[in-house]
Design a binder for this molecule. Structure first.
Ligand SMILES: C=C(O[C@@H]1C=C(C(=O)O)C=C[C@H]1O)C(=O)O
Length: 309
């Protein structure tokens, strides 16, 4: 008998993903996936390497590897304005930052740090010298004037800056471009989707159901997180309200704008950003977003249930 293995699904080890995975436990869908919890840089690396099948990938890595991956329309990690947890933390007010500041980039981040670089260089006119450091405030600011931090540590610093100045990079992006910022998308490896379209569909629907459940049960999600996280319920409620987990047309416009700006940086291939951008333009076309991905097997993901054991 051909025993199918469960899809290997990534789980970002940050609070921002709690509302995305909350409902998987409630519905029992958690039992149908092989869940791997890790920081986003690690999950992105594993998905690209083929050690994971489906899951979150930081936007920059999705853009770099769009040829091997298919975008799943939701969930995502995004914000239309302040996100609270992707921050440029400076020792002095931004205006007093030197012309060539030493800036630390959190090792767990790919998209937040690129957004920080764009803003520092293209918006604030600085020529920083960058170092990648451990993703905590003390390591990051030890030998630097400023640091880009993400995730729970960035949220902690937002609430307790310890004399530093905190600039919310999603708010800055919105101010700069008028658009939402997409930090992470969910994607499936193209080879996995070809082999198991039905499973991909199941996982996608399980996530969709999960996010809906956590919206319906948000007070419980907050109360439960407040029991083990170092944030009071009001701070968690505010954070979960800021985070957005779907990709609307405006989010896709934000994503395309980021992709086209990112292509000016040396470590993003202009071609891949353009390609991803073009594909997204196609995918954003109309309500049947997911069903019109343009290739036969991609359509199968939405329509064909896979025989289950
Ligand atoms: C909003 C966030 O988005 C994250 C930012 C990422 C990045 O900068 O590469 C990766 C995954 C997301 O979880 C956050 O972590 O606070």
């Amino acid at each position: 008998m051909n025993i199918a293995r469960r899809p290997r699904v990534g789980h970002i080890a940050f609070l921002n993903c709690l509302p995305i995975y909350w409902g998987l436990a409630r519905t029992g869908a958690l039992l149908d996936v092989d869940l791997h919890r890790a920081p986003p840089d690690e999950l992105s690396r594993r998905l690209v390497a083929g050690d994971l099948d489906i899951g979150p990938i930081t936007l920059v890595e999705y853009l770099r590897h769009a040829d091997d991956l298919l975008l799943i329309p939701d969930p995502a990690v995004a914000a239309d304005g302040p996100v609270l947890s992707v921050n440029l933390v400076t020792k002095t007010p931004l205006a007093d930052l030197p012309a060539a500041p030493r800036v630390s980039l959190a090792s767990t981040s790919r998209t937040g740090v690129l957004l920080g670089r764009m803003l520092l260089e293209d918006r604030y006119g600085r020529k920083p010298e960058y170092t990648v450091t451990a993703p905590d405030l003390d390591s990051a600011l030890k030998d630097a004037d400023a640091a880009v931090l993400i995730g729970d540590e960035a949220l902690r610093v937002y609430h307790d800056p310890a004399g530093n100045h905190v600039l919310d990079l999603a708010a800055e992006w919105k101010d700069w471009t008028g658009l939402p910022m997409v930090f992470a998308v969910w994607a499936v490896r193209r080879d996995y989707a070809e082999a198991h379209p039905g499973l991909v569909k199941d996982v996608h629907l399980a996530f969709r159901d999960s996010v809906q459940r956590s919206r319906d049960e948000i007070d419980e999600v907050v109360a439960s997180a407040a029991r083990w996280e170092p944030f009071p319920p009001a701070a968690l409620a505010e954070y979960f309200a800021r985070l957005q987990f779907g990709l609307s047309e405006r989010h896709l416009a934000g994503l395309r704008e980021f992709a086209s700006r990112a292509s000016r940086y040396a470590d993003i291939e202009p071609g891949s950003a353009k390609l991803a951008s073009r594909r997204l333009a196609l995918r954003a076309d109309g309500p049947a977003f997911f069903a019109t991905l343009g290739e036969a097997f991609e359509t199968k993901i939405c329509t064909e249930p896979e025989a289950r054991l």
